[in-house]
Design a protein around this ligand. Structure first.
Ligand SMILES: [Zn+2]
Length: 230
């Protein structure tokens, strides 16, 4: 028998491989943090032994989910004026609240809460865009989640930058410190077309290209926005 560290067994295993193979009941053997066997439970259990064995009956076993768009620290303002149309909510309520309260510790704590919630629902990786993105990245890395973290850049003052030039500098500094991290990919976050100028968008694209990092931006959030940017 081969030796693994952990065997997850008895659940419905969704492999998400090219054939979408599904094993019910299935098992997954893990050694040194790497999956070493996946297959029908009986087959895996006959070939592998492990110090730890988790009975996953009644559960699905699948690759971690990815939340492609978050503002993780905003867990701390959840429920605040959340029944308004987007532009009224964002410009009229949320941005003034953020300018008042959003600091690095706010972002770090809010992200830790968000990570706890995401892990509970099976999310192991998230794409974020917010202010003080370094605090978001730091909280995610400490928790052990993967994240693509975009430093927001807007055409007006934000909680962490008085101007868009400053926002751009913050983004570049942030990228310099986090590029190559084993869990966090830094990114450039021009917030949206309606909070940017054409020049800003070009600068953001140049920055992303020069550092070979992703861009994260809001597009087509409302029917009005789709119409405005046609
Ligand atoms: Zn958003």
């Amino acid at each position: 028998m081969k030796e693994a560290d952990l065997i997850l067994t008895g659940g419905v295993v969704l492999t998400m491989n090219e054939q979408y193979d599904l094993y019910d009941p299935g098992a997954v053997a893990i050694r040194d943090g790497t999956i070493v066997a996946v297959g029908p439970a009986e087959e895996v259990e006959q070939a592998w032994t492990a110090r730890e064995r988790v009975d996953c009956s009644g559960h699905a076993v699948l690759p971690g989910l990815i939340n492609a768009h978050t503002h993780a620290p905003m867990t701390l303002v959840r429920g605040l004026a959340d029944d308004l149309r987007l532009d009224v909510w964002l410009i009229g309520y949320m941005m003034p609240v953020e300018r008042e309260f959003v600091r690095p510790d706010f972002c770090w704590l809010g992200t830790q809460l968000a990570c706890a919630e995401m892990i509970r629902s099976g999310v192991t990786c998230f794409g974020d865009m917010y202010y003080y993105e370094e605090a978001v990245a730091d909280a995610a890395a400490q928790v052990g989640m993967r994240a693509v973290c975009a430093q927001s850049i807007l055409k007006f003052p934000t909680p962490d930058a008085l101007s868009y030039d400053e926002g751009l500098r913050l983004a570049e500094d942030f990228i310099g410190r986090w590029k190559g991290h084993h869990l966090v990919i830094p990114a450039v976050g021009p917030h949206a077309a309606y909070t940017a100028t054409a020049e800003m968008l070009r600068d953001c694209a140049r920055l992303a290209l020069s550092h070979d990092v992703p861009i994260h931006i809001h597009v087509a959030e409302t029917a009005q926005e789709v119409q405005d940017h046609r």
